[in-house]
Design a protein around this ligand. Sequence first.
Ligand code: AMP
Ligand code: MG
Length: 319
Amino acid sequence: MKPVRQQVLGVRCWVLGVGCILGFMFISGCDNSPRLYKESRVMMGTFVEVISPEEKAAGIAFGEIKRIEDLLSKYNQASEVSKLNSAGQLKVSRETYYIIVRSKEFWALSNGAFDITVGPLVELWGFRDKKYYLPLKAEIAQTLKMVGTDKIILNPADNLVKFAVPGMQIDLGAIAKGYAVGCAVRKLRENAIKSCLINAGGQIYCLGSKSGKPWVVAIADPGKKGISGKLRLINKAVSTSGDYEQFFIKDGTRYGHIFDPRTGMPANSGLASVTVVADDSLVADALTTAIFVLGEEKGKSLAEKFPGVKIKIIKERNG
Ligand code: AMP
Ligand code: MG
């Protein structure tokens, strides 16, 4: 891997031929910083980037993210999540069980706005394979019968996860990247890496500082080409959710990839993007999605339940 001197890194990803600007950009602190190593890979259905003054950091982070991807990815037929989705029940590993339990907690705290059983909705609307489709009301009603975290039956004695209704599918897209980044950070710390920035498709962790100064993360403005603010972070996770990257427009209406599980429709709470800064990467990831569905007022009340969490909301623009 070649060392690079960072100036301004506009983070763009080109996955499956589709270009998208991620929610963040990184900006270097000053000109006399030491060299940084930067490496990128497509993992967990997104673009993962690792930046560190330590050459071995990227290999450690990617190794850990790959391990989590192998457990949780809906795109990998051999993953535990895929096996659970096709069989309707499975004795899963301790880690997969833990993620499902944490997801259930966020479902309860968000009054059902955060719900990993949105899988059948994601598929119905064509977001799984990007063959977008505007479903009929009856199709949505039918699909909603398979949605609801209350229909996941958990047995902690043997980590058995069981779906109460045939056809249910879990989709950990709103929490798995945050968990994976958190695991990667733990591994980096175990390996005495003190400075590293990981960005997994908008799930960022700033480990330590960058040459003694905070990492600077810029929040992209969903409405304009540019940034809406900068965050200076040390040992913090930051996550953004929005519908400005994955969406389709039909008859002048925009339909995004984050669903309101209570209606079966793409969330329409008047927000363009939500950014959360937290100590824990999993919390940041799950909260941004939940707040995006809940909207500003209820979203802020949810965030208040997590001490130390900061949120930034960008509202929908008119026109
Ligand atoms: P994020 O980018 O973290 O907000 O996650 C969005 C992804 O999570 C979507 O692409 C879906 O796979 C999944 N998802 C959509 N709506 C929800 C929801 N209400 N709760 C949990 N996961 C969702
Ligand atoms: Mg999320």
